[in-house]
Design a protein around this ligand. Sequence first.
Ligand code: SF4
Length: 248
Amino acid sequence: MKNRMNLPAPLLAGLEKSTYDRGDSDVTVSQLVNPPRIAALLGKHGDQIEEDAADIIWRVLGSAVHHFIDAAAEAHDWIQEERFYKTVRGMRVGGQIDCYDPDAHALYDFKVTSAWSVLDGPKDEWVKQMNCYAHLMRHEGHTVRSAHIVAILRDWSKSRVGGKYPEAQAMMLEIPLWSDDEASAYIDTRVQGYQQNVQALDLGDKLTKCTDEERWLRLKKGKPPVYTRCEQYCSVAKWCDMAPKGDW
Ligand code: SF4
C-alpha cells in the first residue's frame, strides 16, 4: 500500500488488514456490479492495484462499523461481515454482507459517503449490490424482507440543511427489493458478461466498451468531453485501452 501522506505505521497496518479480500469467490458481487470491462480487468489485475492509504480511509471506516456493533452483537443473532455464495455458470459468486438482523429479516450495509451523493436516493450500484446480497442470502436459506443502506455522511454540514439535503449526519436509505427471479437473472447476465470479457482479455480480443454513462461523461459547452470516472476514479484505468492517456 502506498502512503504519500506519511500516515503512521499503526494506522497503515489497520488499513492493510481491513482491505477487502474475496474469500473463496471466483468473482465477487462488488466486482460484478461494475461494467463488464471493469469487472474483467479487476479479475486480471486486482492484485496489482496499489492504493494509497489516504485514499481508502473513508471506505475502510464504513466497513469498520461492525467493530463497534460487535460489542452488542453477542446478545443477538445478528449476522455480521459474512460471505454468502452461489455457483453461477460454473463460477462461485461471493458477496460479503455488513449486517443482517434475522428478527426483522433486514439487511444493512454501511457506507461512508458524501451528503451530495444521496440527494436522489440510493445509487444505482447500491441497489444492484444489495439485491445481489439478498439473493445470495435467500439461496442459503435466509429470508430477506428489506434492505437498507446506512449512509454516514462524511461532509455533512448543518448550515446546508434544507430541500433535498439530509437533515442529519447519518440516514437510512431503503433499497427497493427485486423479486428473486429478477436478482437471479441479473447475476446470471453479469457473470456471462464477465466471462466473455475475461476470455477476450486472454485472447487479446476487444472488451465490451464502457458506455458514456458508465464513464461518467460530463459535457460542458465549448469544452472537450470529460470522462470523470476514467480520469479520476477507475482503479483499472492503467490497463484499459479506452482510458484517456494519463499518469497511471
Ligand atoms: S478507464 Fe473508463 S472505459 Fe476503461 S474500464 Fe475504467 S471506466 Fe471503463
